[in-house]
Design a protein around this ligand. Structure first.
Ligand SMILES: [Zn+2]
Length: 177
């Protein structure tokens, strides 16, 4: 556990909250009614890409159909951020992925395929198989919780390989300044 030192992977610990706040800010731009999700990818060289859940270019912005359910055409936040890197021809490998929400199974597959090393989220998702998938591929997963105005709680999530349940480690605080 990299609890000591100034960095978690290639990201400065006192920047973790800033990246998550940026993910939140992008999530707020989503037209989705059910769940607004934002994601920030931080590459090992420090470049970032942003995404939020939304419909493809040229489609109406509404993310839900008349039944109120999310349209199958909606592209998730993490996917949108990775698509930007792809369009720009940027190598996505080794990313630290910040997302307001735990990844779904489909996004977890994309995150694994793109060679991410770290995934940090705030809100849990109704199913955990996305997190399980990332952990099985060696991605380190963390949950962030706001502690106070000057620090956040970080919990590393690991896998119990007996029953595939998630294990939440002892939270530790990180200064955000
Ligand atoms: Zn997803």
């Amino acid at each position: 556990m990299n609890e000591e030192g100034k960095y978690l992977g290639h990201v400065k610990k006192n920047h973790l909250y800033g990246h998550m706040r940026a993910a939140r800010a992008y999530g707020l731009m989503s037209h989705a009614v059910r769940r607004k999700v934002g994601a920030i990818l931080v590459l090992p060289n420090g470049l970032t890409a942003q995404g939020y859940n939304g419909t493809p270019k040229g489609h109406p912005n509404a993310c839900e159909g008349e039944d109120g359910l999310t349209l199958p055409t909606v592209i998730h936040a993490e996917d949108n951020a990775y698509r930007k890197l792809e369009e720009a021809g940027v190598d996505p490998s080794g990313a630290f992925v910040f997302c307001t929400d735990a990844a779904c199974s489909n996004c977890a597959s994309i995150i694994v395929e793109k060679g991410a090393k770290f995934f940090m989220y705030e809100r849990p998702y109704k199913v955990e198989d996305g997190i399980v998938k990332m952990l099985l591929k060696g991605i380190r997963v963390f949950q962030m919780e706001d502690a106070s105005g000057s620090e956040v709680w970080i919990t590393e999530v690991t896998l119990n390989r007996e029953d595939w349940s998630l294990v939440f480690g002892e939270p530790y605080t990180v200064s955000i300044r």
